[in-house]
Design a binder for this molecule. Structure first.
Ligand code: 0JX
Ligand code: SF4
Length: 317
């Protein structure tokens, strides 16, 4: 038998599902129990193909727009949030709908509304076209939320009144990049009001901190997550910025480029907030099959956040 080469595998913690993802998936499962199939879901409930395929097999039907849902079937809005126009359209059609927007995203929506009521225009730090950005910007009338994606964008944004401004952020941004964008905003608009830190959530912050803790010890980092998962992609970038030049996103074990990992002695593994632990285990097993693997858990924080499902589903609990 050939001897397997030794590999030290640092497993980041926290990793994987956050409280908002847990809740969103539970909402779909409970809706299926309560109303039977099909239950429609507007947009991927969370950005993960495995999760979506599992729910599809149970009778969930995923669509991008509300127009694709028949009036007489329940519809769930994804964890990322929706513009105000979406529940309004569902109400107008007298549909049953359940909002699986993460409460930490809803908190940002409420923040934006409060500032708007106080006469402030908003600057949102986020990624153009991402459903959370679309949903958050869609809480206020057109033109009331201006988007900046980078420090460079700050120089070009033109608010109505620089004295009457507040900023909000997407929940899944890079903590370090956002600090720089906020600093640029404050330098250009000293009167701007913002949250204490930013709106980046606990799960995003903790997963990035765990990656930083292992980045200096490893030859390669694999982040389990989907290409359309913003928080997962940020983990890849955080790994790279922290000094691990081979930092890659993989959806599951079959995506791993084993040739690129030839000769490595230490690897880091983490998972985005929408990636299930079953895929982490699949990746660990793939390493165990190819290397004499020692797994070391690197835990930089403990999480005990839990969110209740909406009242309409609680009887099905
Ligand atoms: O693309 P995101 O990271 O915003 O979403 P994903 O991967 O579905 O993660 C969970 C939902 C996060 C909402 O804030
Ligand atoms: Fe909520 Fe944060 Fe998870 Fe997004 S990443 S669903 S904001 S807990």
């Amino acid at each position: 038998m050939t001897q397997l080469s030794p590999l030290h595998l640092y497993l980041a913690a926290p990793r994987g599902f956050c409280a908002g993802v847990d809740r969103a998936i539970k909402i779909v499962e409970m809706a299926l129990t309560k109303w039977g199939a099909p239950v429609y879901v507007r947009h991927e409930i969370v950005h993960n193909k495995f999760v979506v395929d599992t729910l599809k097999a149970q009778g969930a039907v995923f669509v991008e727009e509300l127009d694709e849902v028949p009036d007489d079937r329940p519809v769930i809005f994804s964890a990322h949030g929706v513009p105000k126009s979406v529940p309004a359209a569902a109400e107008a059609r007298q549909m049953i709908f359940v909002d699986a927007t993460c409460p930490l995203v809803s908190k940002v929506h409420i923040e934006a509304e409060r500032h708007h009521e106080n006469g402030l225009q908003m600057i949102m730090i986020g990624h153009a076209g991402h459903p959370e950005t679309i949903g958050t910007m869609g809480q206020l009338p057109q033109g009331e939320v201006l988007l900046v994606e980078t420090v460079a964008d700050v120089a070009h944004v033109s608010p109505r009144d620089p004295e009457k401004l507040a900023f909000i952020t997407q929940t899944t941004l890079s903590v370090d990049d956002t600090v720089e964008i906020v600093a640029a905003l404050k330098a250009r608009f000293p009167a701007i009001i913002g949250p204490h830190k930013e709106d980046i959530c606990y799960a995003t912050t903790n997963r990035q901190a765990a990656v930083k803790a292992i980045a200096g010890k490893i030859d390669a980092l694999l982040v389990i997550g989907a290409p359309n998962s913003s928080n997962s992609r940020r983990l890849v970038e955080v790994g790279r910025a922290a000094g691990c030049s081979y930092s890659q996103l993989v959806q599951r074990a079959t995506d791993i480029d084993w040739r690129a990992l030839d000769g490595i002695r230490a690897i880091g593994i983490t998972a985005g907030a929408s990636a299930p632990e079953v895929l982490v285990n699949e990746v660990l097993d793939a390493f165990r099959a190819r290397f004499d693997t020692t797994v070391e858990l690197v835990e930089t924080a403990q999480e005990n956040v839990e969110f209740k499902v909406p009242r309409i589903l609680r009887a099905a609990e």
